[in-house]
Design a protein around this ligand. Structure first.
Ligand SMILES: Cc1cc2nc3c(=O)[nH]c(=O)nc-3n(C[C@H](O)[C@H](O)[C@H](O)COP(=O)(O)OP(=O)(O)OC[C@H]3O[C@@H](n4cnc5c(N)ncnc54)[C@H](O)[C@@H]3O)c2cc1C
Length: 463
């Protein structure tokens, strides 16, 4: 699908030169996301309203060009990377908060709003938008919706999907959708909002979202817990998740992570012999948080525990997070290229996953650093490689392949929160049976019969 002169003229007539760009500089700026992959789009469009999006979809169907939705381009699986001949639809200018309704604990936003801005406004009325992806300072809520983004708080509060009451969108065939409601209970229609969340711009362009807010906790306290090995830390995670007190963060750093921060900085204060760390947080009322922390400490105690440090004041909490916050920089010193696999297993199988990762790293001779949202069984498995070393890259590919098999063998899934994009879609038919995959292809055809929305993403090719 290429962009014809007629299509360009129609787009220009629709949006004007201030919102439809065809110049090289702009097109280059929107050629990639966080993946080391790029493809220059034919045009970059900046709709300002839902109606602009509806009209763009109509033009894409008439002239048969692909539309690739884009929030901030912070995705790391190529979801927002254009396809050849495709046109980027950037939602940056659709950034209005349309309604804030504390009494009904909801906010209606256009999908170009920055994630953290939603939480900040909610906080002004003692409320919280709970999903907290690490990229929230710049990611857009549309990108979060399209990938079902999540963060540390999601172990207690759920991921993006659990905070959506309703959506407004334009399907690939041009039909306009209003799904869900403004109420906290709803049992009327097929729940298409749950289908659109996580669909990575392949079914519809989401223009507005009605988001559920929850009461903000009065306070948060933190535990940094050091263990002698990965197995001891994983066993503690399972003990916690089997008990009634649910932490609002339960993050894991494996032994290779600890080696990296020991080598490159950030391990100050960790006791000798530490080979795995859990960061655990509890939130709630001032009176209740100490009780939760005591219960969590009890669950965390067990074989291999070296030290628990607690922090209730902001300065102490910041100090306890130092090791975890140093990790991203430290890891970059191991090798220049990070192949970031985001996988998830049932939480009771976390130790088996960590063991499998260790064995795969040794077998394929690839350094692997794993950390992540242990309370959800969701790990970021980072294969550290040199892109110009063909032999190492081949070993990394084989290792990644075997990792997928291991995850599926443990009853897990290809992605916990980053989605599939273009980078992981060739694995999808290993997880889904043929009948289910065929039904999903039918769904895609129903929403987008001409295949104009983000082709080459999410599902594997049919052939
Ligand atoms: C440093 C860093 C930390 C990160 N931490 C986390 C984390 O903690 N948790 C997490 O889940 N992810 C994380 N990510 C990944 C990424 O930030 C998330 O996937 C985020 O949701 C992407 O938002 P975005 O606005 O950048 O979307 P983009 O990358 O622009 O797009 C992502 C996908 O959404 C689609 N899309 C965008 N807008 C729309 C729309 N309006 N309608 C339909 N489809 C749309 C795109 O086509 C694409 O398929 C991190 C990334 C980085 C770089």
């Amino acid at each position: 699908m290429m962009l014809s002169r007629e299509a360009q003229a129609d787009l220009l007539a629709l949006l004007g030169p201030e919102r439809a760009f065809f110049d090289d500089a702009t097109r280059t700026l929107y050629a990639s996301d966080e993946t080391p992959r790029s493809c220059t789009p034919e045009a970059v469009l900046f709709p300002a309203r839902h109606d602009d999006v509806a009209a763009m979809v109509a033009l894409a169907n008439r002239h048969r060009f692909a539309l690739v939705a884009r929030g901030a381009g912070s995705g790391n699986l190529g979801g927002a990377v254009p396809v050849p001949g495709g046109v980027v639809v950037s939602f940056e200018c659709m950034n209005r908060i349309l309604e804030f309704d504390p009494a009904n604990r909801l906010m209606v936003v256009e999908t170009g709003v920055v994630t953290d801005d939603i939480d900040a406004l909610a906080a002004s009325a003692g409320l919280m938008y709970a999903p907290d992806p690490g990229s929230g300072a710049y990611s857009r809520i549309g990108g979060n919706l399209a990938t079902n983004a999540a963060g540390p708080r999601c172990v207690k509060y759920g991921a993006t999907r659990d905070h959506v009451l309703g959506l407004r969108a334009v399907a690939g065939d041009g039909r306009e959708l209003k799904v869900g409601s403004r109420t906290s209970k709803y049992a009327t229609a097929y729940d298409l909002s749950r289908l659109l969340v996580g669909s990575e711009g392949t079914l519809a362009l989401i223009t507005e979202a009605t988001l559920r807010l929850v009461p903000a906790p009065e306070t948060v306290a933190t535990l940094r817990v050091c263990y002698a090995d990965n197995a001891a830390a994983c066993a503690a995670v399972v003990r916690i998740m089997a008990r009634p007190v649910v932490p609002c963060a339960l993050e894991f750093m494996d032994s290779r992570s600890i080696e990296a921060i020991r080598e490159y900085g950030g391990a100050e204060g960790l006791p000798e012999g530490t080979r795995a760390v859990l960061m655990v947080e509890a939130d709630g009322d001032h009176d209740d948080v100490p009780r939760q922390i005591a219960a969590l400490e009890q669950a965390l105690a067990g074989a291999g525990l070296l030290e628990i440090q607690s922090g209730f004041a902001a300065a102490d909490i910041k100090r306890l997070w130092t090791a975890r916050k140093s990790l991203s920089l430290a890891v970059k010193n191991i090798a220049p290229l990070k192949i970031n696999e985001d996988v998830v297993v049932p939480v009771a199988r976390l130790a088996s996953l960590v063991n499998a990762i260790d064995a795969l790293g040794h077998h394929h001779r690839v350094p692997i650093v794993s950390f992540g949202h242990a309370g959800n069984g969701n790990l970021h498995v980072n294969l550290m490689v040199h892109g110009d070393d063909a032999d190492e890259m081949a070993r990394a590919r084989a290792c990644r392949d075997a990792l997928v098999e291991a995850v599926l063998g443990l009853g897990g899934s290809l992605s916990g929160e980053h989605g599939i994009g273009s980078e992981k879609r060739h694995f999808v038919d290993r997880e889904l049976d043929a009948g289910t995959l065929a039904m999903m292809r039918d769904v895609k055809r129903l929403f987008d019969p001409n295949g104009i929305l983000n082709p080459g993403k999410k599902l594997p090719d049919e052939t």
